[in-house]
Design a protein around this ligand. Sequence first.
Ligand code: CA
Length: 235
Amino acid sequence: MIKSKVLIIEDEFDIAQLVKLHLSDVCDKVEIANNGLKGLEMALNREWSLIILDLRLPGMDGIQVCQQIRAKGKYMPILMLTAKSTELDRVLGLEIGADDYLTKPFSVLELVARVKALLRRFDVATGYSSVTNNNLAFEDLQLFPDERKVLLKNQEVELTAKEFDLLYFFASNPNIAFKRSQLLDQVWGYGHDGYEHTVNSHMNRLRNKIEDDPDNIKFIKTIWGVGYKFIAKPI
Ligand code: CA
């Protein structure tokens, strides 16, 4: 699943629904506007990772919608749909500020592939987190929260749910010293009537699993009088 919000501006109901159906498998939010004015309004007033824009639309045509979006300083990728290849050649498509185009009838698989490629290209160009996941990587340590998996020197480490939560919390907030009371709030939840020694015992077990030399801590360091800090540098 790609973390992305896609807007489809398309007046043909069947095409819009078909595209939405297929993109819903790979993007987490897909919405439809069925005319140009509504599409422009939605494009400008909300954040989108990508817009699929039909050329022939009631209200305002796709070229105007595209130009207006760019004129307002919005630079999300736009994939144009055209009815005939003669209707809009590739050069025109790119001159109005679209990033790619597809000619109808198109294969839905082709459209999904183009959408993924645009999202990736945009992601690389801007650092915008449309395709990124929540995985974290450090030297010798990788965390995969969706799978709740941890690799230490490429070997999987078995962690309990709480140990994983603790490690993930630290790794998401490197170089910040956290008090035990803050960790109770963050990892065990506000209002949890745990004790600070609960944190210590979980932390000790976690560190036994991920640190191989107690005299040379690589990941979670004790900050005396405060709590703990994650010290590995992200790669
Ligand atoms: Ca149309």
